[in-house]
Design a protein around this ligand. Structure first.
Ligand SMILES: CC(C)(COP(=O)(O)OP(=O)(O)OC[C@H]1O[C@@H](n2cnc3c(N)ncnc32)[C@H](O)[C@@H]1OP(=O)(O)O)[C@@H](O)C(=O)NCCC(=O)NCCS
Length: 185
């Protein structure tokens, strides 16, 4: 996937770098993040080594392997790190990819996830992708609201699809197609 820097009204989306390790670590140990995104794996505590591995190997490796691309989200004003967003599980022949994200505790409540999802989805559709998937635990109301407010269409539920730290959850499945953009302001 071509490496790209994107800018929105309030955010700059660039590659994840070594200097993000501390912010990634502090964000990923947050209980509200761990509730819905059980990193590094369900039941395993998130360590600083996990943050190092993410910034130095996993995030860059996902792009070079063709699986997708990770962006760090920074406030344009001041440059503060406020979250991460990725395209993942890219199926090149089918032109299908999936978007995933988290916002650092100190960046939440300002609509940053939606702003970044719009920018990345539009970029992906400009690259020729025909379907962008977004999956959220059915109880993750904030994430589902991000999907709905950015024009993703609810398709249904994958039952018992994802292990969390506390049991398993159904996943709400959304998608965005190029034709959906025509109806999204
Ligand atoms: C989900 C997440 C990315 C949203 O980030 P954000 O940009 O700060 O989102 P906001 O707080 O601005 O909220 C987005 C929308 O959800 C709504 N919302 C937020 N928390 C809510 C709650 N507990 N109940 C109901 N609605 C809620 C907001 O009012 C807003 O609605 P709007 O679009 O009508 O204005 C962030 O909460 C997060 O990182 N959570 C932990 C990790 C995670 O769940 N990642 C997604 C995995 S699929």
């Amino acid at each position: 996937m071509p490496s790209v820097i994107l800018e929105t009204e309030r955010l700059r989306l660039r590659s994840v770098l070594e200097r993000d390790i501390d912010d990634v670590y502090t964000s990923c140990v947050d209980p509200d993040l761990q509730r819905w995104v059980p990193l590094p794996a369900p039941g395993e505590p998130y360590t600083r080594e996990n943050a190092e591995d993410f910034c130095l190997r996993l995030a860059p490796g996902i792009r070079t392997s063709g699986d997708g691309q990770h962006w760090a989200l920074l406030e344009r004003e001041g440059g503060r790190f406020v979250g991460s967003l990725a395209l993942l599980r890219t199926e090149w022949p089918a032109k299908v990819t999936e978007v995933g994200y988290w916002i650092s505790p100190w960046g939440r409540g300002r609509g940053y996830a939606a702003e970044a999802v719009v920018a990345v989805s539009r970029w992906a559709i400009d690259q020729g992708f025909q379907r962008i998937e977004l999956k959220a635990a059915v109880g993750n109301i904030a994430s589902r609201r991000v999907a709905e407010s950015t024009g993703f269409v609810h398709e249904g539920v994958e039952r018992n699809a994802m292990p969390l730290n506390e049991g398993r959850t159904d996943l709400a499945v959304y998608s965005l197609l190029p034709t959906d953009l025509k109806t999204t302001p």
